[in-house]
Design a protein around this ligand. Structure first.
Ligand code: AMP
Length: 321
């Protein structure tokens, strides 16, 4: 890895014969290019100001690295809508509780930079902890009740850490748009609320969930799953599909759908459900009857791994159509 405190080009990522470029018949060294890597906030800000000065729009994709197609779909969206795509890679300690997986969270910067290069990302911001949290850092964003339910009930300090680091990244990057995944449904609401409440001049875009072939949403934490966990984890998506099917068949009673989901999951075994929530889409307001677009969100632990997923069901009945 080749990064310093000032703007410079990352080392050319290693390419192998199995790289996408090689498949396309290109010489390995011509496939993709490394994004420019900056590690300090001032260099990031200057790079974005220079882009704005040149009349370019800038899209920001905050991530914690260990990149997969879910992250890369956000890069694609940023590239499609903006002139310059900036990806941040930072495992933010303040959004992890002391008993969570901050230390063992997967980290592979060289691989991440190679993937970003292949996807045409222009700039990667890879700050060290002291760059994001100066000694004596004491200010946090309190997101209020929206951070206390669902995920917040099980991770009480999580959204405070998320909102704080996202606001800091927004302040440093001064981007025009920021891209988030619907996989973290509640996070998208927290970010939108924070942007509205604190008058942050950025357009928040939310992109669809990217899934593995077996339906599991792509996640850096999927790496923790044993093959047996992985099989059990499919119960989450299966239960969401069941909710979709029941709603499409005209079932409107949330209690009934939730019960059938729970029964289906219990049949798998080894999946410890923390919540199955039905909320009016775009909010965290619980619904008892499906009368319009409704997000069904689920959280469960499988083995030692905590997983979340969600889907959108509508109040339209597709039966007989
Ligand atoms: P993370 O690195 O887990 O903090 O995720 C960074 C961004 O990628 C967040 O906006 C996530 O919601 C988004 N993301 C993670 N996994 C997926 C996925 N499977 N599909 C779409 N977006 C995702």
């Amino acid at each position: 890895m080749n990064v310093t405190g000032t703007i410079r080009q990352a080392s050319k990522p290693m390419r192998t014969d199995t790289s996408k470029g090689a498949e396309r018949g290109e010489l390995p060294e011509l496939a993709g290019r490394s994004p420019r890597v900056v590690t300090d906030g001032e260099s990031l800000r200057q790079a974005v100001l220079a882009a704005h000065h040149a009349g370019q729009t800038v899209g920001l994709v905050p991530t914690m690295g260990a990149l997969h197609e879910g992250h890369l779909s956000l890069v694609d969206a940023a590239r499609a809508e903006c002139d310059v795509a900036v990806v941040t890679i930072y495992v933010n300690p303040t959004q992890f509780a002391p008993d969570e997986d901050f230390q063992r969270y997967p980290r592979d910067l060289d691989r991440d930079l190679a993937l970003l290069g292949d996807r045409g990302c222009d700039l990667a911001f890879v700050p060290a902890n002291h760059e994001m949290y100066r000694p004596g850092h004491a200010t946090f964003v309190d997101v209020g009740p929206i951070g206390e339910v669902l995920e917040g009930e099980f991770r009480p300090t999580h959204f405070r850490g998320v909102a704080t680091v996202v606001l800091k990244l927004f302040q440093l990057a001064l981007a025009d748009r920021a891209y988030f995944g619907r996989k973290d449904y509640q996070q998208t609401l927290v970010v939108r609320q924070m942007v509205a409440d604190l008058n942050v001049p950025i357009d928040v875009r939310v992109c669809p969930i990217v899934r593995e072939p077996d339906g599991l949403p792509m996640s850096s934490r999927n790496a923790y799953l044993t093959p047996d966990d992985r099989r059990r984890a499919q119960a989450l998506y299966r239960s969401l599909r069941l909710a979709e099917e029941l709603a499409a068949e005209g079932e409107r009673d949330v209690a009934s759908i939730r019960q059938q989901m729970q029964r289906d999951i219990e049949g798998t075994g080894g999946v410890d459900v923390q919540y199955i929530a039905f909320v009016a889409d775009g909010t965290l307001t619980p619904v008892e009857t499906i009368a319009g677009p409704t997000t069904v969100a689920i959280a469960a632990t499988v083995g030692k791994t905590r997983l979340i997923d969600n889907t959108l069901v509508s109040g339209n009945c597709s039966r007989g159509l």
